[in-house]
Design a protein around this ligand. Structure first.
Ligand code: WTA
Length: 647
């Protein structure tokens, strides 16, 4: 912890989008007349029918519903493209920075992007994709990923973007769950010089009978490596687009019509299909993108996330494009070809706003100041952080070394479920404290509760809830509304439970401490312990396993797996490697355990429940703080795990 405070830089306050007075006024309005506040926010979009019904929400289980702007009509792709053509047609929408720094970057204007999206929309329509159909997008960070998303939005198809690092098995689950009709992929991805066999992964996935709904696969030629094309199922994206008209009518969408599904891990079961709708989501993404990043017409904005995650959806695609911003789309990774890549890209494109994850900051911090100082970074004016708690040390390094103490750092807390940022400083209005996401944005009613659901006042710690809805909130778990209600609204009746814990200080600032459920946050990626456990169990030698998170210097949290082998099998390193490979095959490399510890048994209560609290302590090497183990069925198990840890 640090009690350092950083005032708003004078230059920032002077012409901020929202200065302290404007923020205070927004807070008052949002408190006293939320309908008027959210009506005004919605005017930033172009509606074909402006909503008269603003908020219609009940978290009461007997009458549960969440609707925003329910009688509004609009189209997200029109808001991201057509709307800008008259004023910003030649403005650069996307700067595509390729994996290989020696290749030139590509600039796509709003006009060029609009044309591509129209062609793609026509292609999808020609292939029989209709409003409400699901389309799976499994692409690397190339402009076609943005084009594909917006083309779906244009015709009212619901996209489901699957991160390119996920395995064929994960892809099967996500295609099957939403019954996709069409998949958009590339021959290969390219990350840090390494090729990712996307099309081959799709081919494997589509052999599964769970994927029989898929009629067409569109393949973007990216690396140009030869891939098997199965006729007539597989079609060449570019050939198909070239045949289409460069304009396409946009589907009128009701505000509550679905825009996309994005799968995310929870504490139990398979990943959930988080469903976002059109009007509220787009309003909220655009509003927060402008407010939190203090967006100006001439900014060059760069968010390093992948479009496979929600940060890419809201703060690479929908927010920035709805705001007419120029945004960098980066194909590579921060450490390739070396640790100065980000700073070189910033100089090359004169980036003014840089938004990344603490894990990247910590990894680059480890390389020292020289790679940063070798670049100018004079264009930068604002820095952002997202995805996991940022430790004050990393925050201060980011501020001092990367931002030369000139650029405010906005630590933005939010979730796939929330659609956009909920707790964050506003750079022209909020005094900063390193490591704190500071305060909720206007209209966001955050609170802390104890385990019984009693609201806690003042400076305290507790579980973070949201007492009321906001337009960007998810509407359901695709195909499983009961699970949606069960997961988020039953723990603390009448409120949305985030799954996070937080501390609130005497100034009302929030310090997010991390997940309080069985979700681990590895390098800013959410991974459910149950998912990893069921992947490990797929290895034939494994009898049982329990997975927990443990503190990791770079990744924030690492994955620690306790594995019990079937009787009579010998534990050895080769087997560890095989188990690791099994997880990579079933989920993807991001879920591979950092540590596997052989466990002769797991600590269980007499009713058979695994005591994860103890396993977390052992993994964290807090061996003196194991607490009461007397309720265990076999307390001796703990000692053997402690001994195993020491070895
Ligand atoms: C964590 C990513 C601390 C948190 C946008 C949350 C954070 C989960 C922050 C959501 C932050 C995200 N400080 N923790 N600024 N931002 N988190 O769905 O635990 O991938 O619940 O959304 O990341 O992860 P998700």
């Amino acid at each position: 912890m640090t009690d350092q405070r950083l005032p708003v830089p004078a230059g920032f306050a002077a012409d901020a989008r929202l200065n302290a007075d404007a923020l205070a006024a927004a807070n008052v309005l949002a408190d006293q007349d939320p309908e008027l506040f959210w009506t005004r926010v919605a005017t930033r979009l172009e509606w074909w029918r402006f909503p008269t019904q603003i908020k219609d929400v009940s978290y009461q289980l007997e009458d549960f519903h969440i609707r925003w702007y329910a009688d509004g009509v609009l189209n997200a792709s029109v808001n991201c493209l057509d709307r800008h053509l008259s004023t910003r047609g030649d403005k650069t929408a996307l700067i595509w920075e390729r994996d290989d720094p020696n290749l030139p970057a590509e600039h796509l204007s709003y006009r060029a992007l609009h044309e591509q999206v129209c062609r793609a929309a026509n292609a999808l329509r020609a292939l029989g994709v209709q409003k409400g159909d699901r389309v799976t997008i499994y692409l690397p960070m190339i402009p076609e990923a943005v084009v594909a998303m917006l083309a779906c939005a244009r015709i009212g198809a619901i996209h489901s973007v699957v991160f390119g690092g996920f395995s064929p098995e994960s892809l099967i689950g996500r295609i099957h769950d939403c019954q996709s009709k069409l998949i958009i992929t590339a021959d290969e991805g390219l990350r840090g010089g390494k090729k990712v066999p996307l099309k081959a992964n799709v081919d494997i996935a589509l052999k599964a009978r769970e994927c029989s709904t898929v009629e067409t696969v569109l393949v973007v030629r990216h690396t140009g490596s030869p891939v098997a094309m199965q006729v007539p199922r597989d079609r060449d994206w570019r050939e198909l687009l070239a045949m289409q008209a460069p304009v396409a009518a946009a589907e009128p969408m009701n505000a509550e019509d679905p825009l996309f599904i994005l799968y995310t891990s929870g504490s139990t079961g398979k990943p959930k299909g988080v469903l976002h709708t059109t009007g509220g989501y787009l309003t909220y993404a655009a509003f927060t993108h402008e407010a939190v990043f203090d967006l100006r017409e001439d900014d060059i904005y760069w968010c390093t996330a992948d479009v496979g995650w929600v940060t890419g959806h809201s703060y690479i695609v929908y927010g920035p494009l709805a705001n007419g911003a120029t945004s960098v789309l980066f194909e590579g990774v921060p450490t390739y070809p070396d640790a100065s890549r980000c700073w070189q890209v910033i100089d090359r494109h004169q980036v003014t706003i840089f938004y990344t994850a603490p894990t990247a900051i910590r990894a680059l911090m480890r390389e020292g100041e020289a790679p940063v100082k070798s670049c100018s970074r004079q264009s930068l004016r604002l820095l952002g952080s997202v995805g996991e708690p940022i430790n004050p040390e990393a925050w201060l390094w980011y501020h001092r070394v990367v931002g030369d103490e000139r650029c405010p750092v906005v630590d933005t807390w939010w979730q796939t479920e929330t659609g956009g940022i909920l707790i964050s400083p506003l750079p022209g209005a909020t005094e900063l404290k390193p490591g704190s996401a500071t305060r909720p944005l206007p209209g966001i009613r955050a609170a802390l509760v104890d385990s019984e659901g009693r609201e806690l006042e003042g400076a305290t710690s507790g579980n973070l809830i949201l007492k009321d809805s906001w337009p960007g909130q998810m509407r359901t778990v695709y195909g499983d509304h009961a699970r949606f209600i069960e997961t988020y609204f039953k723990t603390y009746p009448g409120s949305y439970f985030t799954g996070d814990g937080a501390r609130r200080d005497e100034d009302g600032y929030y310090w997010i401490t991390g997940r309080v459920d069985d979700v681990i946050n590895v390098s800013g990626h959410r991974i459910g312990t149950a998912e990893v456990e069921s992947a490990i169990i797929e290895h034939q030698a494994v009898a049982e396993s329990a997975v927990v998170g443990y503190p990791h210097d770079i990744k924030g949290q690492g994955i620690y797996a306790y594995v019990t082998l079937k009787a009579g099998l010998e534990a050895n390193d080769a087997l560890k490697q095989e188990i690791n490979a099994t997880v990579r095959r079933v989920i993807g490399a991001i879920a591979a355990p950092d540590v596997i510890q052989w466990a002769p048994g797991l600590p269980k209560t007499r009713s058979g429940k695994i005591m994860r609290r103890i396993l977390r302590k052992i993994a964290a090497d807090e061996l003196d703080a194991l607490g009461d183990v007397s309720t265990l069925a076999d307390p001796a198990v703990v000692q053997s795990l402690v001994d195993g840890r020491k070895r």
